[in-house]
Design a binder for this molecule. Structure first.
Ligand code: SF4
Ligand code: SF4
Length: 288
C-alpha cells in the first residue's frame, strides 16, 4: 500500500507529520520524495546501504582552445545562460537548460554537453524500517524523474523485505515532482493549515490530485490557530465531497522533537497530539 503525504504549500507541518506517521506503527518503507529539499534523513539518520547517481540532464561547457570568441552562441541561447565576462564568452551552468542548441550551432565545435551527475539517490535502513531518499544537487533538474526513481526503489525494497506499507513524503506545491509522487498511489493525504493561503493552495492541490484519478483526504494541522478558517476548510471539503482524515491542534512539542531528531510520537508518545496522530494513521492504513 502506497500512501502519499502532500501539501499545497510549504510550512503546513507535512514533514513533521510524515515523520510521526513513520514511527506510529509497524516497520515501513519511508520514501522522501521531496527531492529538492529532502529533510527526513536529518531526523532519522538512516544507515545508507546503497547510493546511485542520478543524471539530471546536461550542461554546456566551452573548450577555450577551440572557441574563437565569435559570440554566435550568446545570441542564440534562449535561456540567457551565455554571456560575456572580461571579454570571454562564459556559460552560467545554473541558467543552462541543457537544450544542446549552442553545441550544435557553434561553428568551431567548441561547446560540448556533459551530464549533470551530482544528484544522488540513497537507500538503507532507519529505526522504523527501510528508507529511500533523493537529493537533487543545486541547479540540477528533472526532479519528477528522480521521484520516479525513488518510488521504484521503494517498491523493490518493500517487496524484498515484506514491508507492505510505503509512506511517500511528497514535495509542497502542485508541480511535476508532486504529480510523480501521487501517480498510482493508494491514498493521498493532503496536509493544510488554517490560513487564507492554506485554503487556496489546498484547493489547487485537490484539483491536481483529482485530475490524476485519486481522491485526497485532508488533515487540518494547527487547527486551533484560526478556528474560523479551519471551519471554512472543513465546510469546503464537505461541499466538495473531500474527506477529512484528521484535525490536529498546534503543538510546540513537535518542533522540540524535530530539533532533537525525533518525531513527536517518539518524543512524547502519550501526549494528545501523538495519540491523535496514531488514530489517524491507523484509520489511513485500515481504509485501503
Ligand atoms: S559560438 Fe562557439 S566559437 Fe563562437 S563564441 Fe560561442 S563557443 Fe566560442
Ligand atoms: S545548452 Fe541551451 S541553455 Fe545551455 S547554454 Fe547552450 S543554448 Fe543555452
Amino acid at each position: 500500500m502506497e500512501i502519499a503525504i502532500i501539501s499545497g504549500k510549504g510550512g503546513t507541518g507535512k514533514s513533521s507529520l510524515s515523520a510521526a506517521f513513520a514511527t506510529a506503527g509497524n516497520e515501513i518503507v519511508l520514501a522522501d520524495c521531496d527531492v529538492d529539499a529532502a529533510n527526513l534523513y536529518l531526523i532519522f539518520n538512516p544507515v545508507n546501504e546503497d547510493e546511485q547517481v542520478y543524471i539530471a540532464g546536461h550542461k554546456a561547457i566551452i573548450d577555450y582552445d577551440l572557441c574563437s570568441g565569435c559570440r554566435y552562441c550568446v545570441d542564440f541561447c534562449r535561456f540567457d545562460a551565455i554571456g560575456v565576462a572580461n571579454d570571454k564568452v562564459v556559460i552560467d551552468e545554473i541558467s543552462c537548460d541543457g537544450c544542446f542548441l549552442c553545441s550544435r550551432i557553434c561553428p568551431e565545435n567548441a561547446i560540448s554537453m556533459i551530464p549533470n551527475d551530482k544528484s544522488r539517490m540513497f537507500s538503507g535502513s532507519f529505526r522504523k524500517g527501510k528508507m529511500v531518499y533523493g537529493r537533487l544537487a543545486p541547479g540540477e533538474e528533472n526532479s519528477g524523474k528522480l521521484v520516479n526513481m525513488v518510488r521504484e526503489k521503494a517498491r523493490m525494497i518493500s517487496s524484498e523485505n515484506n514491508l507492505d506499507i510505503i509512506l511517500l513524503d511528497g514535495p509542497a506545491g502542485i508541480g511535476c515532482p508532486v504529480i510523480s509522487t501521487i501517480t498510482g498511489v493508494d491514498r493521498v493525504i493532503l496536509v493544510t493549515e488554517p490560513t487564507v493561503s492554506g485554503l487556496s493552495d489546498m484547493q489547487r492541490a485537490v484539483d491536481v490530485v483529482l485530475k490524476f484519478g485519486r481522491k485526497p483526504s485532508v488533515i487540518v494541522n494547527k487547527a486551533d490557530i484560526n478556528e474560523q478558517m479551519t471551519g471554512k476548510i472543513i465546510e469546503w471539503c464537505h461541499e466538495n465531497n473531500i474527506g477529512i482524515a484528521g484535525i490536529l491542534p498546534f503543538e510546540k512539542k513537535i518542533a522540540e522533537a524535530m530539533i532533537r531528531g525525533l518525531s513527536i510520537i517518539e518524543y512524547e508518545p502519550e501526549c494528545s497530539v501523538s495519540i491523535e496522530i496514531r488514530k489517524i494513521w491507523n484509520n489511513i492504513i485500515k481504509s485501503n
